[in-house]
Structure formats: C-alpha cells, structure tokens
Design a protein around this ligand. Structure first.
Ligand SMILES: [Zn+2]
Length: 160
C-alpha cells in the first residue's frame, strides 16, 4: 500500500500571515478566473449558478474581500470564450427570473428610484437623464430590491 502522503506537495501552504481570514478562496483564484456577475443577497447565488448550469456553464461562488463590491462573486469554472459568451448572453434572463417582482428601478409614481427624476414620459429602456442609471438594467433593479441608494462600482454613474 503506497503512502498517499508521499504524492502530496511538501509545500502545502498554510494561511499566510497577511491574508484576510474571511476570504481564503479569493487569494487562491488564478489569473484566468472570470467573474461573470456578483450578488449581495445569498439566496441569489444558487439561482445564478443553477441558471448557468442549465445552459451548460459551470460556475462557483467566491466571497469578495472588497467592501466596495458585492459580497458574492460568481466565477466561471472554465471560462473558455464560448462558455463566457453563453454566460454573458444568459445573465439578463437569469436576473430577470430572480428580479421578476422588480421589472424596473422606477417608483410606483413613475420616478427614478435613485434620484426621483420623473421618467413617466421617457421611452424604454430608460437611462435616467438626471443620474445616468439605466433603470431597466438588472443592476439597477437589484439595487432597488436590495434597498440600496446607489449601484456598485463599474456602471459609471454620476454621484447622486
Ligand atoms: Zn435618476
């Protein structure tokens, strides 16, 4: 019976002293990992991963150590160009299913959720002329559902 320990690397690294204790996997991801979307609500995660899996794209979740981003990062297991394309093309419908009660980031009286600008007369999809947010995007709808006053980094919106 060969000793299984013989095949293991003698340099299995323990937790590095400077590594954040609550995000061990974040530091372990390689340069090829591709974050396809992110979420702050834990219950979104299995729905996103399932939505990708039924389209043949496997993904997993990492917790972000960056306070300025969403907490959960959805990462493709094997981001070949075709899988990346499928995942990108699938995201809108996956988020639509999750956010079906929030079709737009517009208040009941027809105002922009973020800045209260009246958008009732504007064509859809609507980019708010006052704050620049796309009120039909899943990012904006998710911010409304989660009660956030602004969308996370990366959308290029103006300060409110
Ligand atoms: Zn606005």
């Amino acid at each position: 019976m060969p000793d299984p320990a013989h095949n293991q690397s003698p340099h299995q690294p323990d937790r590095q002293p400077g590594q954040l204790p609550d995000s061990p996997e974040t530091a372990a991801q390689g340069p090829t990992s591709t974050v396809i979307t992110s979420a702050n609500t834990a219950s979104d995660v299995p729905q996103i991963i399932y939505g990708l899996s039924i389209r043949g794209v496997r993904a997993h979740v990492l917790e972000s150590a960056d306070r300025h981003t969403d907490r959960y990062l959805i990462v493709l297991d094997d981001p070949t160009p075709i899988r990346l394309k499928i995942a990108q093309d699938s995201l809108a419908s996956i988020w639509d299913a999750i956010l079906d009660e929030y079709p737009r980031a517009v208040t009941l009286n027809g105002h922009c959720y973020f800045c209260q600008y009246d958008v009732t007369t504007l064509a859809r999809p609507t980019t708010c002329p006052e704050c620049g947010n796309n009120l039909d995007s899943h990012q904006a709808r998710r911010a409304m559902r989660d009660g956030k006053g602004r969308i996370g980094r990366g959308l290029g919106q103006k300060p409110l």
